[in-house]
Design a binder for this molecule. Structure first.
Ligand code: PLP
Length: 388
């Protein structure tokens, strides 16, 4: 073989029988082959197991899917290139022209926009309520045949708590599927509820280091098969190297999530006692309206702490700019702490009444707590509050 041909067909290094890598290798390959035409045809038709093209599946990504499914307590999962990609893929797969979707003012902004703007263009209608309005949910489901109910708990950024058992019961009784964006709670929580589809931005706690994006939808094998049918056409596959990094991040997930929740609790208690702060929105505080419900649903309350500054938007601006440890940046769940001022919260797709219902005030700030020492975080918050 010509030495330059060899560069494209390097020597294989098969592992001897009984010898294996302790950390699974990254299958950084777009293509996979079989020896014969017959096997290849059978595989392409889905009649023979194996891999052929990365846009459909890849062993490294598959390992991540199986790990996440087990953590969330379901049989299967599908990973995509980002949380929003998995949302878009799932919503496109599950809805048809003429369907109705029930969603909420507290949902992560792009989720609401996907339903209202993208699905709306294809003849899908929606109703928007507060996720705590159980009577309203019951009324809408009874009056309007509904394909999907999309919830979050805690919600981003206000940490509202949804009554998951009550909402899933109502949805089932009226023939609607439930899709829960479980990003803030993380894939170790809420598996005990009869949620049909769990959705996660893996960019957050799962990867945990703020250096990679990904998303996953997790459900029964039958429900994932419905989403997988369109996956290849949407083309939002997760890259195997990203899948490897997320799988690596998951090794420390339990330790990180718990430690970040503990720090968030300390931060919430500190803020609740501070004279510049009107109200703290953290489900771990006994004063939070969803605290009792959260205690029955969650083992850890998460790392997002939102609060209202008495001084309003300008105080929010001064506070966020004065922070030294906290970066002013989007995202959450990673090891470094972040802050968003009122000017960067809220969604322009909501009218004034809906904004009020969502609860984001003129002085609302969102913190995402990382793994810095609690003493350093509190000292930074104290000096920034003094300058706010
Ligand atoms: C609750 C929630 N869902 C979904 C997403 C979207 O995830 P990604 O940024 O990975 O697309 C985010 C991102 O902030 C989020 O907070």
């Amino acid at each position: 073989m010509d030495k330059f041909t060899r560069l494209n067909h390097p020597p294989e290094v098969p592992l001897p029988a009984g010898n294996r890598a302790v950390v699974a290798p990254i299958y950084q390959s777009v293509k996979f082959e079989f020896e014969t035409v017959e096997e290849t045809v059978r595989n392409w038709r889905g009649e023979q197991p194996g891999f052929n093209y990365l846009r459909t599946s890849n062993p490294t990504t598959r390992q991540l899917e199986l790990t996440l499914a087990e953590l969330q307590g379901r049989a299967d999962a599908l990973c995509c290139a980002s949380g929003v990609a998995v949302l878009a893929n799932t919503l496109l797969a599950l809805t048809r022209q003429g369907d109705h979707v029930l969603c909420f003012v507290e949902l992560y902004g792009p989720t609401r926009k996907l339903v209202r703007q993208l699905l709306g263009r294809f003849g899908v209608t929606h109703t928007l309520l507060s996720v705590t309005d159980l009577a309203g949910i019951e009324r809408v489901l009874a009056a309007t045949p509904t394909r999907l109910v999309i919830i979050e708990s805690p919600t981003n950024p206000m940490n509202r708590i949804a009554d998951i058992a009550a909402i899933t019961r109502l949805a089932r009784a009226h023939g609607a599927l439930t899709l829960m964006d479980n990003t803030l709670a993380g894939p170790h929580q809420h598996g005990q509820f009869e949620v049909d589809y769990f959705l996660h931005s893996l960019t957050k706690f799962a990867s945990g280091h703020g250096d990679v994006m990904g998303g996953a939808v997790i459900a029964s094998a039958e429900l994932i098969a419905r989403v997988r049918a369109d996956f290849n056409l949407v083309g939002a596959a997760l890259d195997p190297h990203a899948a490897f990094l997320i799988q690596r991040g998951l090794k420390t997930y339990a330790l990180r999530y718990r430690a970040q929740s503990e720090r968030a609790q300390q931060v919430a208690e500190f803020l609740a006692a501070h004279p510049a702060v009107a109200q703290v929105h953290y489900p771990g505080l006994a004063t939070h309206p969803g605290h009792a419900l959260a205690r029955t649903q969650m083992s850890d309350f998460g790392s997002v702490v939102s609060f209202d500054l008495r001084g309003g938007a300008e105080a929010g601006r001064r506070f966020t700019e004065a922070l030294e440890l906290f970066a002013m940046a989007a995202s959450l769940g990673a090891t470094d702490s972040l802050a968003l001022p009122p000017q960067l919260l809220g969604s322009r797709d909501l009218d004034a009444g809906q904004q009020r219902l969502a609860g984001i005030g003129a002085g609302t700030v969102r913190l995402a707590i990382g793994l810095e020492s609690a003493a350093d975080l509190l000292a930074d918050l104290a000096q920034a509050l003094a300058r706010a």
